[in-house]
Design a protein around this ligand. Sequence first.
Ligand code: AMP
Length: 273
Amino acid sequence: MKVIQSASELAQFCLEANREIGFVPTMGALHEGHLELLRAAQAAGDFAVVSVFVNPLQFNNAQDLAKYPRSLEADSSMLEKAGADVLFVPSAEEVYPSSPMASGVELGELANRLEGSFRPGHFEGVLQVLTRLFSLVQPTRAYFGQKDLQQCMVVRKLIEQKFSALQMVTVPTVRAQSGLALSSRNQRLSPQGLDTASAIYQQLKSLSQALELGPALEASTEQLALLGIETEYLQAVALPDMNPIDHAEESEEKALVFAGYLEGVRLIDNLLF
Ligand code: AMP
């Protein structure tokens, strides 16, 4: 595996490889969920480029950015073992050589719902970093986790509007045995917190069977609160625009989506149902 910091070196190295590039953008502190994206790229026969870049533009909260886990050495050895071809670790100057320009991507209502409303500016930051990274890496395919469901919908719009030749591949959420969705942020939970957090997925699963969504959503929120999990949103939404629905029959493609806090750590999860 080649570790590359500069965009020009990356371009040269990929040119020499002369293969279709599969790109896995990450913010590091890697876990099995990230590796699953890499494996999907490998299964497609791609020259697998994984980037690690903690994008300051997508953090609406300076504390969250400061506390975001960073572990480049461990990431690098994990990727090497998993057989990645390139680890791309650009500096902020490399990603944003001049002040970033507005992405110009039309997200419609998606921009203001859920993550968009609780993390103002977050998706615009995601759009800006991906616009830049896609231009630098020039992938044939790009891999994203369903764990960040709304982000997948946002990236789909970016690709439709600005990178129409790029194929997007979405990979199902990888979970711990307890059901907890793997996340870099889980590292900030205590052992007890890790245990408690598995209740989020249990509630999503039981909600997916509920006959009356409204009261069930309220009951789940209360159950989580009793465990010390403070819900920011817990909703049933229709895809791809994530508009709230009250009844499961309202939409074919739908998901239960959650965001909330435990031990000061922001956790998200979702379940297609
Ligand atoms: P992040 O490093 O959190 O920005 O995530 C990088 C990519 O990994 C995103 O496409 C995420 O959706 C994906 N990802 C994160 N956690 C998981 C997981 N538990 N299962 C599958 N994909 C994941």
